[in-house]
Ligand binder design. Structure first.
Ligand code: ATP
Length: 674
């Protein structure tokens, strides 16, 4: 079994193993540079080896990088691993002289038992050992003799979960819980939706699932890619270090707005306008607008070719256009298909006259039919099309009607909705148009009708309850041939179009059969704080399962003050006496005044204390949270109570609620609070 000294010796073996791997990688890089046959393979090999060397270098230099966090000793009952023991860590470390590895990757099949085995189902594990570290120094370990039915409360586990938070989010590989592990290792082909109350580890699960899938299906996913979508840049900044720490640097992590940003966003919509633009019916409006550009041919195609003149008669052209339309191709592909068919018709005529059609001739004829093609199946640019739509309906003359000039929104949107998306003062040209975030989603819908966008092998969407139906379509297009992990909490929905049912959202996301699974144990928020936040749940009118907090520690304090700013400054001063990050969360409109008050009191807002608007708090966490004036947060927007629910559930250790006005009605002070 070994003592702490034996385990420390193993740490040394790991360090030696890492040094060997690093050295080997360096040599391979050098060899790759000199040995590889041609320049291309030398470069490719060199690149691969350099990235390996870089990764290993990072690993050895990582100040907080214990080489392992757990160990499994299999008993005699295990068929596959009888009598063997394995150390489990963030990355595989190979043994000496090609011997067995000294550390097994947490994602390897054998490591699964570390997360899943229990006294009721030991999975062949005699002893599960967890290690405690202080930086890079191994300080302790705890054993659970699973075959003897032992499973105690783990102090190491509790300490990890309750540790004060500072800086960006960290990985949880050492302490993934069985219900989380189920989701992390779910099959790549399975699209799943995780409904979880605040702090149940949805984001952590999503990120670890990305790392797991890349390990288990590296080839497939390296080609097709993995995409992680979060609600805003602050959130992406907060989570972006987790995957690189797990050795995965090639996952694209961004916001949907950034992913769709083909034009700069320089304007904002009113809520009424945004609601219409985000409605699923806009897809039909845009489809009509795009395909309305196709017109019935009214004249033959005539192409001059030296002394010859080729002709494709009007009825043949009509047939070509109709047949192509029926094929439901992307608009741009359809246009090229019509061109190819017209050229093929001319080619047949030329060959019938004994002319040979070489590649240069075909290219020339292809170019020459462009004006005729433009008349029946014109090129469409997303911005131009949206510009035309947002300018409002054009008068319906016969020709404009045939050319798609009639209003594509007619019969789909009501007159009021049509008016809501029509510019009051239309810009003079497409170039001078100012686009809004909702316009990006519409432009993406149009662009995808013209040409299908790049898809990913797996897409992970966080805070998915806030996606609009049109945004869901944008995500669905990118995961059409891959799978999805959808993470969210119906109770935290703050957009006007927020989801009220996951079944319906999964259908909009293109995965109607995706399983919806609930996570019900909270690891962030202490029990007393959960109790307070839960008093709001009834008023949020969503059907979500109850949660229990893993944590009995923590502190909740509600303080009524006469002056909000003075009260917040006092709370912040006191909070600075504790370790960890401090977030002051206030209604967006109050942020400036509170920032000045804290600043004027000499508090440093560039360090571990920060003030943030309630609208940006989603997905983040602070060790100590001060929620300033809940009534103002609740009153600031239509789903203000949901916003308040988000704000109240950001605290890891302590929550101070500071209020000068009465608490908003549904929020009730739990009986035993200060
Ligand atoms: N198994 C675990 N071991 C240790 N810490 C955990 C575990 N699961 C979750 N946590 C921690 O709990 C906190 C909340 O996790 P996370 O942000 O993933 O939750 P969430 O469900 O996405 O929350 P929210 O809905 O509020 O955004 C994080 O600090 C995370 O590291």
């Amino acid at each position: 079994m070994g003592t702490l000294d034996d385990e420390r010796e193993h740490v040394e073996r790991c360090r030696a193993g890492l040094r060997r791997m690093l050295e080997g990688a360096r040599n391979n890089v050098i060899l790759g540079e000199t040995v590889a046959g041609d320049r291309y393979s030398a470069e490719r090999l060199g690149r691969q080896l350099k990235s390996l060397a870089k990764e290993l270098k990072e690993l050895t230099e990582e100040p907080e990088g214990p080489p392992f966090f757990g160990r499994l000793d299999f008993g005699q009952g295990s068929a596959e691993h009888r009598g063997r023991s394995y150390h489990i860590g963030r990355r595989h470390i190979s043994g000496e002289h090609g011997g067995p590895p000294v550390v097994i990757d947490w994602r390897a099949p054998v490591s699964r038992a570390f997360y899943r085995a229990g006294p009721r189902d030991p999975q062949g594990v005699a002893v599960r050992r967890r290690f405690g570290w202080s930086g890079t120094l191994l300080t302790s370990y705890e054993d659970e003799r699973l075959e003897q039915g032992e499973q105690g409360e783990s102090r190491i586990l509790a300490a990890e979960i309750e540790r004060p938070r500072v800086g960006p989010m960290r990985d949880i590989v050492a302490t993934i819980q069985p219900e989380q592990d189920d989701l992390v290792r779910a099959d790549l082909n399975a699209s799943i939706c995780v409904q979880g109350a605040p702090g149940t580890g949805k984001t952590a699960v999503g990120l670890h699932r990305a790392a797991y899938l890349l390990y288990a299906h590296r080839r497939r996913l390296e080609r097709s890619g993995v995409l992680v979508l979060g609600p805003n840049r602050a959130f992406i900044g907060y989570i972006s270090a987790v995957l690189p720490a797990l050795g995965e640097v090639d996952v694209e992590q961004t916001t949907l707005e950034r992913l769709l940003a083909t034009v700069p966003v320089t304007a904002a919509d009113s809520e009424a306008t945004a609601i219409v633009k985000h409605d699923a019916r806009m897809a039909e409006v845009l489809r009509r607008a795009v395909y309305g550009r196709i017109s019935k041919p009214v004249e033959p195609v005539v192409v001059a070719d030296g002394s010859s003149r080729w002709r494709v008669q009007e009825d043949e052209l009509r047939r070509i256009v109709d047949d192509t339309r029926r094929e439901s191709l992307p608009y741009g592909v359809g246009r090229e298909r019509v061109r190819a068919r017209v050229v093929a018709s001319i080619r047949r005529q030329a060959e019938a006259r004994g002319q040979t059609a070489n590649a240069a001739w075909l290219r020339r004829i292809g170019r020459a039919v462009t004006p005729a093609l433009d008349a029946v199946w014109p090129p469409v640019k997303p911005e131009e099309l949206l510009y035309d739509l947002l300018r409002g309906p054009t008068p319906a003359t016969t020709t404009s009607e045939e050319r798609g000039g009639r209003d594509p929104a007619k019969g789909v949107l009501t007159d009021t909705e049509r008016a809501a998306i029509t510019w009051l003062q239309p810009p003079r040209s497409v170039k001078s148009a100012s686009w809004t975030p909702a316009d990006l989603v519409l432009l993406d819908e149009i662009a995808a009708m013209i040409e299908r966008p790049r898809g990913y092998g797996h897409v992970i969407v966080d805070e998915a309850q806030d996606l609009s139906p049109m945004e869901c379509r944008a995500v669905a297009r990118r995961s059409e041939h891959g799978s999805l992990t959808v993470l969210g909490d119906l109770a935290q929905g703050t957009t006007p179009w927020a989801a009220t049912s996951w079944k319906e959202r999964m259908a909009l996301l293109g995965k109607p059969d995706g399983e919806v699974i609930a996570l019900t144990t909270g690891y962030r928020v202490p029990a007393a704080v959960v109790e307070l936040a839960n008093t709001l749940l009834g008023a949020l009118r969503v059907d979500v399962p109850a949660t229990r907090s893993y944590r009995s520690d923590g502190r909740l304090r509600l303080t009524r003050v006469t002056n909000l700013e003075t009260g917040v400054v006092a709370a912040a001063r006191e909070a600075l006496g504790f370790e960890g990050s401090i977030g002051v969360i206030a209604a967006d409109a109050a942020v400036e005044a509170l920032t000045s008050a804290l600043w004027n009191d000499g508090l440093d807002l560039a360090g571990r204390l920060s003030v943030l608007p309630a609208s940006l708090a989603k997905g983040l966490e602070y060790d100590h949270v001060i929620v300033a004036e809940p009534a103002a947060i609740a009153a600031a927007e239509r789903r203000g109570l949901n916003r308040l629910y988000v704000a109240l559930t950001r605290a890891v250790s302590r929550l101070d609620v500071v209020h000068a006005r009465p608490l908003p009605a549904p929020l009730t002070r739990p009986e035993h609070t200060a």
